[in-house]
Design a protein around this ligand. Structure first.
Ligand SMILES: C[S@@+](CC[C@H](N)C(=O)[O-])C[C@H]1O[C@@H](n2cnc3c(N)ncnc32)[C@H](O)[C@@H]1O
Length: 290
């Protein structure tokens, strides 16, 4: 690493010069804040007042390798192995999707509408961000979560421990009826899912740092039926969602109406509606069982 000196300001200038073809200036500022908080425990004020102080060689080396990974388009959350979700810190690695702000919106809606609910099931849990945020906020609830990926479940269990939130995790392929019957033995007041929902023909519209780094098992829906996961989960509500219970989905705006139609045609629900996210896209479905 070529720096004029070992000061914090020289390091910050280095980050800007190395990353300016990957990120906007304001994004680099945000990245620098996160990186310095992570490696040096610096607050935003520290970053201002300690500009002329020197950084020791061992920390400089860590900060250099971090910058190298960022330059290779690895998302900051995977470099630091952490992501924030609903004011909680989560461990993340490349076996799990980085939790998204839209999913925080969904959790917010669920928590506001289900203060009295007793049992929750999250399908396709990834890092465990949804069930852990729910359990943290509704202490008396019984929270279950499942995923097909054993690697993702290792991460989710680690996060439940880090956040001191007992959640029951199950390894289940939700598309495999026999496995579902054998492994999901109870029924629930609330079922939630943010399943894989990106169509393969949308792949080129995603940024390269998503397609190169995040698990394809979490992103893409395979095969001819784009809403396969939603259909399977709606069908499952017949047995696994209690009467009067609620179903919440995060949706792909491109197929939101197809999911709405399937839910209405199932005749399992008394209310089914689509809900927009903060950017105005049809992003969520909310349904209440008869
Ligand atoms: C879009 S990610 C959502 C992760 C997490 N819930 C979140 O919101 O950040 C979809 C998740 O579904 C899981 N998944 C994919 N196919 C599955 C299947 N057949 N059965 C169960 N889970 C599956 C993936 O491993 C992934 O963790």
């Amino acid at each position: 690493m070529r720096l004029p000196n070992n000061s914090l300001s020289a390091l910050i200038a280095f980050y800007h010069s190395e990353l300016n073809s990957n990120y906007e200036e304001s994004e680099i500022d945000a990245i620098v804040d996160l990186v310095l908080e992570h490696y040096l425990n610096y607050s935003k004020t520290d970053i201002i007042v300690k500009r002329n102080e020197n950084i020791n060689q061992s920390d400089l080396l860590k900060l250099y390798f971090c910058c190298k990974e960022l330059k290779n388009n690895t998302p900051i959350q995977y470099v630091l192995k952490e992501a924030w979700f609903y004011n909680l810190k989560f461990y993340v690695n490349q076996h799990v999707l980085i939790p998204r702000p839209e999913t925080e919106e969904l959790v917010d809606v669920i928590l506001k509408e289900n203060k009295e609910a007793l049992s929750f099931l999250d399908i396709g849990t990834g890092s465990g961000c949804i069930p852990i945020a729910i359990k943290k906020n509704i202490d008396k609830s019984n929270v279950y979560a499942c995923d097909i990926s054993s690697e993702a479940l290792i991460v989710a269990k680690k996060n439940a421990e880090l956040n001191k939130t007992p959640v029951t995790f199950l390894e289940v392929d939700i598309l495999n009826t026999k496995e579902v019957e054998e492994r999901i033995t109870s029924s629930f007041d609330v079922i939630i899912s943010n399943p894989p929902y990106i169509k393969f023909d949308e792949k080129d519209q995603l940024s390269k740092n998503v397609t190169d780094n995040e698990p394809h098992l979490a992103l893409f829906v395979n095969g001819a039926d784009d809403i396969l996961f939603y259909k399977k989960i709606i069908d499952l509500c017949q047995q696994k969602l209690n009467s009067g219970g609620k179903l919440y989905f995060e949706l792909n705006p491109l197929t939101a109406n197809d999911v709405l139609l399937y839910a209405n045609n199932s005749q399992l629900f008394k209310h089914v509606e689509l809900v927009k996210d903060m950017s105005g896209k049809m992003r969520f479905l909310r349904a209440q069982k008869n």
